[in-house]
Design a binder for this molecule. Structure first.
Ligand code: ARG
Length: 312
């Protein structure tokens, strides 16, 4: 049997230098951002230049202007709720004219696996203003000694944690595609992740209001996930049922109002809204709903979940 050492929050095999682990060996030893940390660190970007200037997704409309003052106070409230839930907040400087940079989940994918260390995969975003965010995020991680894995995307796209979600035990990554990330982007990412010993499950998205995977899949714990079934192709739905013991369903209305774009943190579920069925699901999974108002960010097609990236 392997000997493991436990240091603070981390749970790491003592002989990690050998690198001789299969994925199955590593599972209990993986320390992933968020779910398994007592004091998770979370990266956010202040909304100084946040605005709705175009229509990148069907939630956006220029007819619905952003109230900047309200956006600022909603973002600050999200930060305090995260802090009260036990998170340490770290920020990246916002950049003028990058109106969506507040959605810090998208420009990168972040992880850590045994023998591979902390790594970041810069995205290839579809929209030009969002493409310009990527080097700022990649530099932020490079300066903090993350291994930066640059993929050769060719004509493909991949939108970071918008479309890529860890299974909480680190056994695999789910990769949504169809609206923003492409199937080819997810395949190229999967090839890159094979080096980090982590399989990727591709999931085709079919509802334009759920254009990113993080709007229709929210892992609640190692066994249970919240999904909106109408967002997936039949094959994708079958895969989800295979990988989760308990699959809880959201309605279209709930998903389109971002109830599946929550943040799971130390027994709380941060969500912009809650309805009795969702509340019952959360209670069953041992989570308490905490309402975090995000109306200004919803005008851009995002809520709590897309505004953060957990750091390993
Ligand atoms: N306006 C942004 C966009 O369309 C919103 C991104 C929301 N992010 C998310 N992960 N769902 O790119």
């Amino acid at each position: 049997m392997r000997v493991v050492s436990v240091t603070g929050d981390s749970f790491v095999p003592t002989n990690r230098q050998t690198g001789r682990y299969s994925v199955a060996d590593c599972l209990p030893a993986l320390r992933l951002a968020g779910y398994h940390q007592r004091m998770p660190r979370v990266l956010l970007c202040p909304p100084n230049y946040f605005d709705v200037v175009d229509q990148k997704n069907p939630h956006m409309s220029r007819a619905c202007p952003v109230d900047r003052v309200k956006a600022r106070s909603q973002w600050e409230n999200l930060c305090s709720v995260l802090q009260q839930s036990g998170c340490e907040i770290v920020t990246i400087d916002p950049v003028e004219s990058l109106e969506d940079m507040v959605f810090a989940a998208n420009p990168v994918f972040v992880g850590e696996t045994i023998g591979y260390g902390k790594f970041v995969v810069p995205s290839r975003m579809v929209y030009p203003s969002r493409q310009r965010e990527v080097p700022y995020f990649a530099d932020w991680f490079r300066k903090r000694n993350y291994r930066v894995i640059e993929l050769d995307y060719g004509d493909d796209y991949l939108e970071g944690h918008g479309d890529l979600l860890w299974h909480p035990d680190g056994s695999r990554i789910y990769g949504g595609y169809g609206f923003r990330s492409t199937r080819g982007g997810v395949e190229k990412f999967a090839a890159g992740m094979s080096e980090a010993n982590t399989p990727v499950v591709p999931l085709q998205l079919i509802d334009p209001y759920c254009y990113h995977l993080d709007t229709c899949l929210c892992p609640l714990n190692d066994e249970a996930a919240l999904i909106f079934p109408g967002a997936y192709s039949a094959d994708a739905l079958a895969s989800l049922h295979k990988f989760w013991k308990r699959v809880h369903l959201l309605t279209a209305e709930e998903a389109h109002s971002f109830m599946g774009n929550g943040i799971v943190i130390n027994g709380s579920y941060l969500t912009p809204y809650v309805a009795p069925p969702l509340e019952a699901i959360l209670r069953q999974e041992g989570l308490t709903p905490v309402i975090v108002e995000t109306t200004e960010f919803e005008k851009a097609g995002g809520s709590c979940g897309c505004m953060k990236t957990f750091l390993p």
